[in-house]
Ligand binder design. Structure first.
Ligand SMILES: NC(=O)c1ccc[n+]([C@@H]2O[C@H](COP(=O)([O-])OP(=O)(O)OC[C@H]3O[C@@H](n4cnc5c(N)ncnc54)[C@H](OP(=O)(O)O)[C@@H]3O)[C@@H](O)[C@H]2O)c1
Length: 397
């Protein structure tokens, strides 16, 4: 059967919008996906039509793609099947609500929203309007993540008792970001918890929560510590200790440590010698995942029976000699190597084909539980953002 075409509208023209849209336009057959084909029919910039035009040109969108100088115009475009929202997370609630109110399906970048109340309203609205909504936690859709979850659900690791996951960048924030930058600016919900800690929580949740029976699993209890970035007051080092309740006959409670930091590093010498940044420990073995944990390409399975399995996970794409490049920010991937964002796009498109309203590997209810954990961590450490970005009122930011 010929692949079904899914028509995307891109809302925002920043760094990740560019990476995602380039990946979107890679032929899905290069990764053995044959049911869907993605096209970009429109993009919008909040600043100007010319910025949207420039963006469409940079990503290599078809010349027929429409450029808009406002998000309000984009969501009125009848040719769009689904909108990808790639504004800073401070703006997700207002931007996603705009899409849903206009009857559009949405794939929204992480962190889903600033707080759980906002996420809840979006989920309620999507359900009322029978629209598809998914948090774009791309890592969950990697074949590597599917392999790790399978190692747990198949019982290979025995009863999993503990997971640790760290996402750290090893940078000096004073030298890397000005105070307006979304990574440290409280007006844009800056800080390591919402931007980077979400990946540590992703690994903890997709191993200890997603793999449990949805009918009986329970949200975790959390205690946490946070250190603030003195320049803006955003968090720069956040550490969470989570306890996931589980019945005694299934192995009892599970523990996790999820952490994120600017100044700490997962890859201190840039040679990959620092070891794994995720460890999933069970009674029969351990699974390790090498950093960066948002785009991992290497795993090691170590079993108590002496088995060791090392795997590397390629990022498919148009390949060498194609003259095509992707990457994020100043980091360029090898020629023809995809970034890995297409797998979540394939899932969103497949869900539309099948009439599903949520992503397969992270339900909306799970996104809500994770937002509630991040709310609790912020509450424990007194981190509040300005009311205009915490509100569930519909306002113009
Ligand atoms: N999945 C991943 O690997 C990944 C990586 C990086 C970031 N992200 C997520 O993606 C989102 C965007 O991150 P980014 O790195 O792409 O940010 P960015 O480069 O700063 O781009 C954000 C874009 O949002 C639009 N925007 C609208 N109002 C804005 C405002 N008040 N301030 C700044 N920008 C505004 C702008 O585009 P126009 O005005 O042209 O519309 C801007 O270019 C964040 O939620 C982040 O957590 C995900």
């Amino acid at each position: 059967m010929a692949p079904k075409e899914i028509r995307w509208g891109i809302l925002a023209t920043g760094g990740i919008a560019e990476t995602f849209t380039k990946d979107l336009l890679v032929d899905p057959a290069t990764r053995n996906v044959h049911n869907v084909k993605h096209t970009v029919v429109a993009a919008a910039s909040s600043s100007s039509v010319s910025r949207a035009q420039e963006f469409l040109k940079t990503v290599g969108a078809p010349s027929s793609a429409q450029a808009y100088g406002s998000y309000e115009e984009l969501v009125k475009d009848d040719n769009i099947d689904i909108v990808y929202v790639a504004t800073p997370h401070s703006h997700h609630y207002q931007n996603v609500m705009l899409c849903l109110e206009a009857g559009k399906n949405v794939l929204c970048e992480k962190a889903f929203t600033v707080n759980a109340a906002q996420a809840k309203k979006l989920v309620e609205t999507a359900r009322q309007k029978n629209l598809f909504l998914m948090e774009a936690v791309w890592t969950r859709y990697f074949p590597l993540s599917i392999y790790v979850r399978d190692a747990i659900t198949s019982g290979k690791l025995g009863s999993v008792l503990r997971v640790s996951a760290d996402n750290s960048t090893g940078m000096v924030p004073e030298e890397t970001f000005n105070t307006e930058h979304r990574m440290v600016n409280p007006d844009l919900a800056g800080g390591v918890l919402l931007d980077m800690g979400i990946y540590s929580l992703t690994w903890v949740f997709q191993t200890l929560y997603t793999t449990q029976d949805p009918k009986t699993r329970k949200p975790p209890h959390v205690v946490s510590s946070m250190q603030r970035y003195p320049v803006t007051g955003a968090d720069e080092l956040t550490t969470m200790l989570l306890t996931f309740p589980r019945d005694a006959e299934n192995g009892g409670d599970m523990h996790a440590i999820a952490s994120a930091g600017f100044r700490t590093s997962n890859n201190i010498d840039s040679k990959g010698t620092a070891g794994p940044a995720v460890r999933i420990q069970g009674t029969k073995g351990e699974m390790q995942v090498w950093p960066p944990i948002f785009r991992p390409t290497r795993t090691r399975l170590i079993l108590a029976d002496g088995t060791t399995e090392d795997k590397t996970w390629a990022q498919p794409g148009p390949g060498q000699g194609s003259g095509w490049y992707n990457g994020f920010g100043s980091k360029k991937n090898a020629e023809g190597e995809g970034h890995g964002m297409f797998w979540e796009a394939d899932e969103a498109a497949t869900a539309l084909l099948e009439g599903r309203k949520e992503g397969k590997y992270e339900s909306l209810d799970e996104s809500l539980v994770i937002m509630e954990v991040m709310d609790e961590v912020r509450k424990q450490n007194g981190l509040k953002y300005p009311e205009k970005i915490e509100t569930t009122e519909r306002i113009t930011l």
